[in-house]
Design a protein around this ligand. Structure first.
Ligand code: ZN
Length: 262
């Protein structure tokens, strides 16, 4: 398979000659040094960050496919499905997308600690579970929104997740009776421009970019990392990514397990 170029304008190797060929243990040591050495880290995370908190990745093969549903998750979680089959949407959504008992794991905890220490400037996430904030992170850019925020489609009144959990089926606004929709970017919907702008700004001014728990196969989110021109690119992911040769440190392991060791 032809490798896709992510067009980094930086070299394959950094000035220390650190390459992706290093094995995990050596890489943990290198990562420790980099983290100690930098005060401008941006983290870009995906589903793998949440799966270690027990939240299933609906895109993965063994993810959320279930005989209980007549449609694949990608179709159910689309804008047109929301409009045309709203009852079926909420049945699936309530059942599969809300994990109210999930707790932050060591990846969330470490990133929040590093933010407090002034090292991490932003966490950009494709996840919608709010676990980074639960762990204490402040500057979290949620590319795909959050299940914790919900709003009336008519009067725009904001609701917590409780209205979704406590509704029998389609949740309705207590004020005007309008449909309450999760503040989550569904398939066929656009990402919010201000979030994208902030993410681009954070990545393009970062010294170190850690990509964790994502195979970066969802656009336009994946295209964001093209804006990185900093010193250290770090990839922590269970499976191999196509642009690893651009990275200074590559660790093929779980993100929580890896950050716990730092
Ligand atoms: Zn309303």
């Amino acid at each position: 398979m032809k490798q896709e170029s992510y067009g980094f304008s930086r070299g394959r190797f950094n000035e220390n000659g650190v390459t992706f060929m290093e094995i995990n243990n050596t890489n943990i040591e290198k990562l420790k040094k980099i983290i100690a050495d930098t005060n401008n880290i941006v983290f870009f995370g995906g589903a793998g960050v949440s799966t270690e908190s027990g939240i299933p990745d609906f895109r993965s093969v063994d993810g959320l496919y279930n005989q209980k549903y007549d449609y694949p998750p990608e179709e159910i979680l689309s804008h047109s499905f929301f409009i045309n089959h709203i009852s079926e949407f909420y049945k699936f959504y309530r059942d599969k997308m809300i994990c109210e008992n999930a707790k932050p794991n060591m990846a969330h905890v470490k990133l929040a600690e590093w933010e407090k220490e002034g090292k991490v400037k932003a966490v950009i996430t494709q996840n919608i579970d709010g676990l980074h904030q639960k762990a204490g992170s402040k500057n979290v850019l949620e590319l795909h929104g959050s299940v914790l925020r919900n709003y009336c489609m008519d009067c725009e009144k904001l609701y917590s997740i409780d209205i979704i959990i406590n509704s029998d089926n389609v949740p309705h606004c207590e004020i005007c009776g309008g449909i309450v929709k999760p503040d989550v970017v569904l398939y066929e919907e656009q990402l919010k421009n201000d979030i994208i702008d902030n993410a681009v700004r954070a990545i393009s001014s970062a010294d170190t970019l850690i990509i964790g728990g994502t195979s970066l196969n969802v656009y336009p989110a994946a295209g964001l990392i093209r804006h990185f021109f900093g010193r250290y690119l770090i990839i922590i992911n269970k499976s191999e990514l196509s642009f690893e040769s651009d990275a200074d440190v590559v660790i093929h392991d779980g993100i929580a397990k890896t950050l716990e060791e730092i």
